[in-house]
Ligand binder design. Structure first.
Ligand code: CA2
Length: 151
């Protein structure tokens, strides 16, 4: 059976592509999902792709990833990056690699965006590549879990 990766997106990312295109680009979250599915297909892995504006829902989905034996998890925690000990605690339960992703380079932005609780639980952090970072995160996770690209 194919391995499954969870790709979770935090608050306001449902609005991607509708404002601040100079920072976030013009792609929508539906475009990001398409990119993730196309990349996952190349490696023969399945993905669960979701977004929530609710912290507890993200916690529940991280617990679900654990219960369903996901092979890895990619999280753009968005505004919860700098505040959520609850999300950190849920991630620390996982025994599979977690990749933290940000569309923008958070280190080039306001100082309040630069501390991440999520990083404490992340195997790797990708930021500043725009939505292409999601494809990089899936390729990187695929390498970590031994999923090979289809020829
Ligand atoms: O760069 C990222 O991916 C962020 O995680 C995005 C968050 C921000 O709070 C983080 O500091 C960095 C903001 C998500 C808001 O998403 C929208 C983007 C464009 C249009 C509407 C919402």
């Amino acid at each position: 059976m194919a391995q499954t990766l969870y790709v979770l997106n935090g608050p306001n990312l449902n609005l991607l592509g509708t404002r601040e295109p100079e920072k976030y680009g013009r792609a929508t979250l539906a475009d990001v999902e398409k990119l993730c599915r196309a990349t996952a297909d190349r490696f023969g892995v399945d993905i669960v792709f979701r977004q929530s504006n609710i912290e507890g829902e993200l916690v529940t989905w991280i617990q679900e990833a654990h219960a369903k034996k996901a092979a890895g998890l990619i999280l753009n925690p968005a505004g919860y990056t700098t505040t959520s000990i609850a999300i950190l605690d849920a991630l620390l339960i996982l025994q599979v690699p977690v990749i933290e992703i940000h569309i923008t380079n958070i280190h080039q932005r306001e100082s309040f965006r630069q501390h991440s609780y999520v990083s404490k639980a992340a195997k790797a952090v990708i930021c500043g590549f725009g939505i292409e970072g999601y494809a990089l995160a899936i390729s990187g996770l695929a390498a970590l879990i031994g999923a090979k690209a289809k020829s």
